[in-house]
Design a protein around this ligand. Sequence first.
Ligand SMILES: [Zn+2]
Length: 487
Amino acid sequence: MKMTYKFGPAYYAKLYYVKMLFLGIVMSIFTQMSTAQANAEIQKNVDLIVQGRYVVTMDAENPVIENGAVAVKDGVIVAVGRADDITAQYTAPKTVTGKDRVLLPGLVNGHTHTAMVMFRGMADDLAFMTWLKEYIFPMEGQFVDPEFIEVGMNLACLEMIRGGTTSFVDMYFYPEKGAEVIESCGLRAIMAAPAIDFPSPGFKGWDDSHGAAVSFVKNYKSKSGRVIAGFGPHSPYTVSPEHLGQVSDAALALNAPISIHLAEDRAELSLIKERYDSTPIAHVDDLGLFRNKVIAAHVVHPTAAEIKILARQKIGVIHNPTSNMKTAAGVSPVPEMLKQGVRMGLGTDGAASNNDLNMWEEIRLAALLHKGINYDPTVMSAPTVLRMATIGGAEAVGLDHLVGDIVVGKRADLIQMDLSGPHMTPLYDVISHLVYAVSGSDVVTTIVDGTILMEDGKFLTLDAEKVRADANALASRISQALKEANK
Ligand SMILES: [Zn+2]
């Protein structure tokens, strides 16, 4: 009988194997534990992570990141990259997820008069000068006061937050009151204090309106840093050369931007020709206005020489396609200006000539209008137009050091759009959809300075019901007053 030894060589070999296996498991657990510990140590704390199925950065180096994310701390973008990498490196108390969503920079509305939303739909289908002089100026004289501004701007902020506009250049009365509303609703703006040669809300004429503008620009300090004070002389046909010279000197002394309507309508060309034997852009250039940071709205009728001046002087030109079509001002030669290197942005203008503050409509119109009138579908490509609404617009208004693209170091002004709608399906090219297919109501998240102003369509800084009720109550009073006046 063959002897078998319980504790023979085979037994010890087996025991050795079991021991090694056990040691392996222990070591693996230890390694995993220490990796997790190391990760926790390496992971940096941020305030917010925002994700996107696509992140459209508007950064030429890295334009679209699939399954991307952005980390935000103290209102600043601290990291941009693939969602896996961002979540491995950063931890935040709040993450806005991005399934079926595109994340992009908030839109820049380069020219508007936001409180004019209260005049939405009151005077349509009129010639430009008739509309302005017989309807808008008299209605402003009768109804615009600080309460009108507060009610109107709250409504405008609600509309802009809903539609993904995060920065805007406003040019309207009582800018101190307007600035208060912006501080509380959370948006970012350049507030251009208005000045004009004849009586306007709160003012008898030039001296007091310009004086108030100088004092606003000199004394205004934004608590949040989101509001910048500037000058808003109306236009070269409503402000004399001497007075434009005064604004120019004051803006230079105070290092403040100027927002002005320029070369908008053919009637303006006739007035400038008749009064000064010049054209609007050459006229204000001769007056020295372009020594300043100037944001020129419209520029529908520049001469070839004037386009060169605009490019050379780094003037920001804001294209307002809806307003220009509605007032029949004409069509601005935007493709030519872009070709010549003019800094171009987009704007809605006031809601009295639009009639809303929806930048997506301006984006789509800017992309289509110039193709149509030039018989050339290659002009104004989707990326070109989206650039005008984001980083290009920020450059035009002088905010590009702060916002306009999703780049480390910039302020976190971000929006998310829903991609799940039938009109966004299928998706081959996200930038094409953002220009040609999207609708303003697709915006689901709006963030400014790292603060969420709207999440899943819910407003976090404004009481939407109250804002609408206040606007409707004021509108009833305006309607009643107009009825009384027309009796
Ligand atoms: Zn305007």
